[in-house]
Design a protein around this ligand. Structure first.
Ligand code: BT5
Length: 326
């Protein structure tokens, strides 16, 4: 009902729709219409009501809202099936638990908060209200090796989104943390659902610290939020929609085989290129110059005149004055 009323108001955007015509179209009482409108206002919709003219929609909410997000979506597949929850343990886990018949390409699930959000290696991901905690289920037309590159695409898409929407120049810290002035603003988690050969589903989870203050996070975390940077709340529906749009373009370009383009864009956002870094592999520390990444996502350093490559599961990367995850 709520969404039907919004559809009616949208049809006449900017103009008044009488309570009577809403009640006639949807077969509910005038009091019922009024109640629904109050509910919408409480959800952050700016709806003006005038006694004789009716209602008009002035603004959609900046808090997460399914209808408002759908209006902003410009994608072909991503988010066309969209689920929004008040709270979930983890949006990645929710998609992982879908039955294969339900695992539709492009499904997006968002939670307003997570009580058991996680990062790589089951590290805890703090997910208070006001953030964007979103996961996407993909069945990309890619080999397993190329599908693994989608976490790189996700980092690029988020860095581009933050730049385009807010002018924030976030960097990508290998393998795929998004950092701003050395502090983590977003994290990405790519996981394969079930047996890769049997199911071929990839889950991309992204968490963005958006409309909440640093006090909502553990005090020692080297983190920041969009609210801290911008000093004001952003429209979470716009953030999600723009990110999905840019990510879809990245996925399409990878499906067309443009790995080089992805590596270039990733490198243009990478933090620490051509700088001295320390890599810790199983307790042994290698110092070298960070040269970039290989097509398979491995990090390359030049160490005592030789190139060395490291994969993300096995090492941590540190650079002077730079954020280091754990
Ligand atoms: C990540 O892991 O950065 C991936 C985070 C992915 C979160 C999204 S939210 C939607 C979806 N559903 C999920 O359950 N997960 C995904 P990693 O690189 O392992 O970093 C984890 C580390 O980041 C933690 O050990 C903390 O040190 C730090 N951390 C935790 N919460 C943070 C936050 N909100 N902001 C910044 N840093 C945080």
């Amino acid at each position: 009902m709520r969404n039907k009323i919004l559809d009616l108001l949208k049809l006449k955007q900017g103009e008044y729709v009488s309570g009577e015509s809403i009640s006639d179209s949807l077969n509910i009482t005038r009091a019922g219409v009024w109640k629904q409108i109050q509910g919408l206002k409480e959800a952050g919709y700016d709806i003006e009501g005038q006694t004789r003219r009716g209602y008009r929609l002035l603004k959609t909410p900046s808090a997460l809202d399914e209808w408002a997000l759908q209006q902003e979506l410009r994608t072909e597949a991503l988010g066309r099936r969209l689920l929004l929850f008040e709270e979930l343990p983890s949006t990645n886990d929710w998609l992982k638990n879908l039955t294969p018949q339900d695992a539709e390409h492009g499904t997006v699930v968002i939670a307003k908060r997570q009580n058991s959000g996680h990062g790589r290696m089951q590290r805890l991901w703090e997910s208070p209200q006001g953030g964007l905690w979103l996961s996407i289920l993909l069945k990309p037309r890619l080999s397993l090796g190329d599908a693994a590159k989608l976490t790189l695409s996700t980092g690029v898409a988020m860095a581009q989104t933050l730049k385009e929407l807010y002018g924030i120049e976030a960097g990508i810290k290998w393998p795929n943390d998004l950092v701003y002035e050395g502090k983590k603003i977003a994290g990405i988690l790519g996981e394969v659902a079930g047996e890769w050969n049997a199911v071929q589903s990839l889950i991309l989870g992204v968490g963005v610290n958006a409309n909440f203050s640093l006090q909502q996070l553990s005090p020692k975390l080297p983190a920041t939020t969009l609210l801290e940077i911008l000093g004001k709340e952003i429209n979470l529906n716009g953030l999600a929609a723009t990110f999905l749009f840019i990510l879809e373009k990245e996925i399409q370009s990878l499906e067309q085989g443009d790995v080089q383009g992805l590596i270039q864009r990733w490198t243009s956002f990478a933090v620490g290129i051509n700088q001295s870094v320390q890599i810790n592999r199983a307790g042994i520390v290698y110092t070298g110059i960070f040269k970039g990444i290989r097509e398979n996502g491995e990090l390359i350093i030049s160490h005592e005149g030789q190139e060395m490559a490291f994969s993300s599961g096995e090492v941590t990367l540190r650079a002077e004055g730079q954020y280091s995850p754990n």
